[in-house]
Design a protein around this ligand. Structure first.
Ligand code: AOS
Ligand code: ZN
Ligand code: ZN
Length: 389
């Protein structure tokens, strides 16, 4: 086996595991139009089956995240069993307090106790589901915020947020965790109640060790140094999860690494540097939508992009880098980093896959498998699952 480039990092590379979002497989779109695709899943069982295809061809995606109520089923034990039969397991449970009329002015931050309790109860339901699926993590992203200055008291909302999260946190089992995602805009545009990593960090730190921050790579202002935030959260022991995707303008939810592979590389360098790689502490999730491209190949491309940039980040010569940094050799230090980034690892990764009984070219293997034609033929009738279904 050659694999000369990757030999020194092959073991670490084999630890890469990426969690897929069930919603990436359903119909999706923008606020202008949803473009339905033929053969998309009609229910959570079919979403899990499609996600399993990604793992089958790449060996990189052993878990699937669910979104409640989109993925609500009668029997979560049956869904977990179905996942296992397909070679994957169920992962993070995502709560959803953004599609209910009651939450127009807020959910866990709402000034009306009835609505706030309803949002808290929804999270209790999510924790009950975690008990049945064996999931460890509850992911909370909130659409809460305001559109106009003066619309509501930001300070009071922050206090209600803390109180609600405390109640949800108290429900978590011994091995369960909560990850709190931040986003500085949309759907609220004047302020959001969890706009940035600092707010998420302050809130989860007040709760305790089972609460962590979730960093969605699409949720920052243009020009933000995301890898600095990664470094800081790992340093503080609070980077619980990533939502990986890529953006040109806003929360584009495009294929990770599509817009800026170098940024993905820089993020992964800091993850590895900070001890966040391949441990239980920091989950690598995707949060993407495939509005115009085919969904399963879109996910395959995404996990391969993460693998490729992980391989390059693992190749950074740490000893040489530290030595150059220690003597203030600016250009050598930068060259060491760029050498790793500019290494073409694709042929070595194809060999790496072959050595593990995986297809050298997962995109081609999926295309040749006939699965796509099979689901188009089989999944006729019924409502195609998508956002809100
Ligand atoms: C929203 O912008 C967030 O990224 C959330 O993670 C959300 O739950 C996810 O995008 C599903 O819509
Ligand atoms: Zn997200
Ligand atoms: Zn988002």
């Amino acid at each position: 086996m050659r694999m000369t480039i990757l030999s020194p990092v092959a073991d670490r590379l084999s630890k890469l595991a990426i969690e897929l979002p069930s919603w990436a497989f359903g119909n999706s779109g923008t606020r202008f139009r949803v473009f339905p695709q033929r053969g998309v899943p009609r229910n959570p069982f079919e979403k899990v089956a499609d996600a399993a295809q990604v793992h089958k061809h790449t060996g990189l995606a052993p878990t699937v995240a669910l979104h409640i109520p989109w993925d609500r089923v009668e029997d979560y034990g049956a869904l977990a069993k179905h996942a296992e039969e397909n070679g994957v397991t169920l992962g993070t449970i995502n709560s959803n307090t953004f599609q209910d009329e009651d939450y127009k002015l807020g959910s866990v931050t709402h000034s009306d106790d009835r609505i706030r309790q309803k949002a808290i109860d929804h999270h209790f339901e999510c924790i009950d589901i975690m008990d049945q699926t064996g999931s460890r993590d509850l992911k909370i992203w909130l659409a809460d915020g305001t559109n106009y200055p003066g619309q509501d008291d930001m300070r009071a909302r922050q206090d209600r947020l803390a109180d609600s999260l405390e109640k949800i946190y108290a429900r978590l089992g011994g091995d369960q965790r909560m990850v709190l995602e931040y986003k500085f805009f949309e759907p609220a545009f004047y302020h959001t109640d969890v706009p940035d990593w600092g707010t998420s960090y302050a809130q989860v730190t007040a709760l305790g060790p089972k609460a962590m921050v979730c960093l969605d790579t699409g949720h920052h202002a243009p020009g933000t140094n995301i890898e600095f935030i990664v470094m800081q959260l790992l340093r503080l022991g609070k980077l619980g999860a990533f939502d990986f995707n890529s953006r040109f303008y806003a929360d584009d939810d495009l294929i990770v690494g599509a817009a800026d592979p170098f940024q993905l590389f820089r993020i992964l360098v800091e993850v590895i540097r900070g001890g966040g790689y391949a441990g239980p502490g920091t989950v690598f999730m995707l949060d993407q939508c495939h509005n115009i491209e085919d969904k399963i190949p879109g996910q395959i491309r995404s996990v391969l992009n993460v693998q490729e940039m992980t391989a390059r980040a693992l190749l950074v010569d740490r000893d040489a880098l530290s030595a150059a940094q220690a003597v203030g050799d600016v250009l050598t230090a930068n060259t060491i980093l760029m050498d790793a980034f500019q290494t073409d690892v694709r042929p070595a990764l194809a060999e790496w896959r072959a050595s593990r009984g995986l297809p050298e070219d997962p995109m081609r293997a999926y295309a040749d498998s006939g699965y796509a034609a099979g689901i188009v033929a089989d999944r006729v009738g019924g409502t195609q699952a998508g956002w809100g279904a």
